[in-house]
Design a protein around this ligand. Sequence first.
Ligand SMILES: CC/C=C\C/C=C\C/C=C\C/C=C\C/C=C\C/C=C\CCC(=O)SCCNC(=O)CCNC(=O)[C@H](O)C(C)(C)COP(=O)(O)OP(=O)(O)OC[C@H]1O[C@@H](n2cnc3c(N)ncnc32)[C@H](O)[C@@H]1OP(=O)(O)O
Ligand SMILES: CCCCCCCCCCCCCCCCCC(=O)OC[C@@H](O)COP(=O)(O)O
Length: 378
Amino acid sequence: MGLLQFLKSQFLCHLIMCYVFLVSGLIVNLIQICTLPLWLVSKQLARKINIRLAYCIASQMVAALEWWSGTECTLYTDPKSYPLYGKENAVVILNHSFEIDFLCGWTFCERFGVLGSSKVLAKKELAYVPVIGWMWYFLEIVFCKRKWEEDRTTVAQSLQKLRDYPENYWKFLLYCEGTRFTPKKHQFSMQVAESKGLPKLKYHLLPRTKGFYVTVQNLRGTAAAIYDSTLNFRNNEVPTLLGILNGKKYHADLYVRRIPLESVPEDEAECAAWLHKLYQEKDGFQEQYAQTGRFPGPIVSPPRRPWSLINWLFWSCVVLYPLGLLIAQLLSSGAVLTIAAAVVVCSAVSMGMRWMIGQTEIDKSSNYGIKATALNNN
Ligand SMILES: CC/C=C\C/C=C\C/C=C\C/C=C\C/C=C\C/C=C\CCC(=O)SCCNC(=O)CCNC(=O)[C@H](O)C(C)(C)COP(=O)(O)OP(=O)(O)OC[C@H]1O[C@@H](n2cnc3c(N)ncnc32)[C@H](O)[C@@H]1OP(=O)(O)O
Ligand SMILES: CCCCCCCCCCCCCCCCCC(=O)OC[C@@H](O)COP(=O)(O)O
């Protein structure tokens, strides 16, 4: 292990990174709150400001992936579609099997210049996660309770609000599987597939079709295409956020097919059948990857950009300088009680950060999709 790799695996480094992320994130959240009155005066200006603010937070995690861990992200796609990425609104469909799949998605958004404005259909629980969840509120992220009776109106309303979004180039991410892949959830969802007379999938859970139908219906005329995205990692790597913090380098491969939105049927049953067929095709791509280590088509990878690193360094300087002064003052004061209080605060913060990282861990995944009735969410 080299010296740099040794440093990257040190808890103190992780603590400093988490501190920078948390404090800068809370500062950004505070500025976001300050933009609230602006929404009444100029909604579009408030949205544009919040896109930049969201970039300040999300790009720190992208920088950790790209610059700290050095993870390689390779894109397989049709060179004819490539120039359109980042220049049109699109609905992204992604498999949900990896703890950092959202981060790989963010990385590609960053490389195509749409990180701040990217959107997702997220479970409601994530809205309460400090920094990221609070930032999402100001980004008008669409939340669902994974209870269709409640979601059918709220999701449609939230999507309608996005129709006049000022930044034209955003991506709306939809994990149609609705939850992370686990062998147990796979077993349950294949029972549902069997009961519906649908072919079994090997690498995916059976997709939920209602959210997809509502999304397509409400974004017709706004989004130009579906980006069918299939993600996997080389050499059976099992990537984690803690691995990224430890500076572990992963190798992500993403296969993206651009499908014009008009080709998705308007009728609900046909739309559902279309999505099931899409997932059968995605399963085929994963099988090919398992056999050959490659997705179909040529590699057209966008390079990483320096902006996420520059943003990270900027925020590090902003929040580490006062921390340095504070620590120096504390130590020179020699006040045992104050030092003890500082240690308690540090421990509480690191426990809080560990809880946030836990949100990404599949071991701590919800029970959603385990009951065939899908009524038990958590
Ligand atoms: C070029 C670059 C390209 C790409 C770059 C890639 C990506 C980047 C893009 C953007 C990045 C932006 C942001 C990313 C950042 C962070 C993201 C982080 C996390 C968020 C992720 C989540 O939170 S995922 C969880 C929430 N999302 C979803 O659930 C979406 C999918 N779900 C739905 O659509 C659902 O339909 C619903 C939520 C709308 C409603 O759910 P509900 O359960 O109430 O109803 P359903 O209709 O789904 O369920 C009943 C029907 O399902 C059948 N059933 C029952 N049990 C099962 C089972 N185990 N499996 C499958 N199906 C089951 C049941 O029989 C019912 O069937 P019907 O026939 O009656 O419909
Ligand atoms: C600069 C780097 C510093 C790093 C500090 C680490 C900060 C930690 C931040 C935590 C961010 C939390 C983002 C939430 C994204 C989680 C995505 C996800 O995968 O959600 C799960 C749901 O889809 C499905 O839920 P389940 O039903 O599987 O349950």
